[in-house]
Write a protein that binds this ligand. Structure first.
Ligand SMILES: N[C@@H](CCC(=O)N[C@@H](CS)C(=O)NCC(=O)O)C(=O)O
Length: 230
């Protein structure tokens, strides 16, 4: 059994509680890492921004936020905690790089994304299927974009030789930065104006080229079409 909706139990017993695929950047992150593990899981999708959304989330996640991964050990209700858990459960997948220096760097940039970039989140919310002009550039937003570009150029140069992603092959760091790549596309960010030598633009393409990313995107499109019909 592969991914299903509605919280059906699977062989692993995992259910990933997520928000709308078009909007929920935090949900996309562990979803990508879980897909990389190749294990079956159910999806329990909650529509955000509705009067009942918060109550529905609280029924499943004690923080009142998505994502949350229901496991036989209990509910893991934070994106970074979920991807750390998956890295422990499936060490053969290499969700963190094997090399200690690369692994430390991957954890740093993942923690940095998890804890910061408030202007980027507020001013350029994830909206996969839409295309918008760049919002007005505050100093903090400009610094956020420049910092992301610098992180991508640095990790690609130091650790990315074996593939097109931040540490070569897919790791949790890509899961953490994938929503940012989509924001750059949604808002048409001219990355060269923010210090990119072409590496960041290529990385955005590499994220979109991942089959799992295409699956998520297709899910977002279906979801939005269904809403138009209601
Ligand atoms: N630190 C949390 C943040 C989760 C988060 O902010 N989730 C948003 C959706 S993308 C949410 O649940 N919003 C609904 C709400 O706050 O009511 C994580 O990493 O999982």
């Amino acid at each position: 059994m592969t991914t299903t909706e509605g919280g059906t139990m699977t062989g692993t017993g995992y259910t990933l509680v997520i928000g709308d695929k078009n909007y929920s950047s935090w949900s996309l992150r562990p979803w990508l890492s879980l897909k990389a593990c190749g294990v079956p899981f159910a999806e329990d999708r909650i529509r955000l921004r509705m009067p009942e959304s918060k109550a529905e989330i609280f029924k499943r996640s004690p923080s009142g936020k998505v994502p949350a991964l229901k496991t036989e050990l209990g509910v893991i209700y934070d994106s970074l905690a979920i991807v750390e858990y998956l890295a422990e459960q499936y060490p053969q997948v290499g969700l963190w790089p094997a090399d200690p220096a690369a692994r430390a760097a991957a954890r740093c940039v993942s923690a940095e994304m998890h804890a910061g970039f408030q202007a980027l989140r507020n001013d350029m919310p994830m909206d996969l299927i839409s295309r918008f002009p760049m919002p007005e550039l505050s100093e903090t937003l400009e610094n956020n974009i420049r910092r992301v570009v610098a992180i991508w150029m640095d990790t690609r140069a130091r650790f990315g030789q074996s593939g097109p992603l931040l540490f070569g092959g897919f790791t949790n760091a890509d899961a953490m930065y994938a929503p940012v790549a989509t924001r750059f596309r949604t808002y048409g960010v001219p990355l060269a104006d923010f210090g990119d030598d072409g590496t960041a633009a290529d990385y955005v393409d590499a994220i979109y080229a991942m089959p799992d990313m295409a699956d998520w995107l297709a899910g977002a499109e279906v979801e939005m079409r269904e809403r138009e019909l209601v």
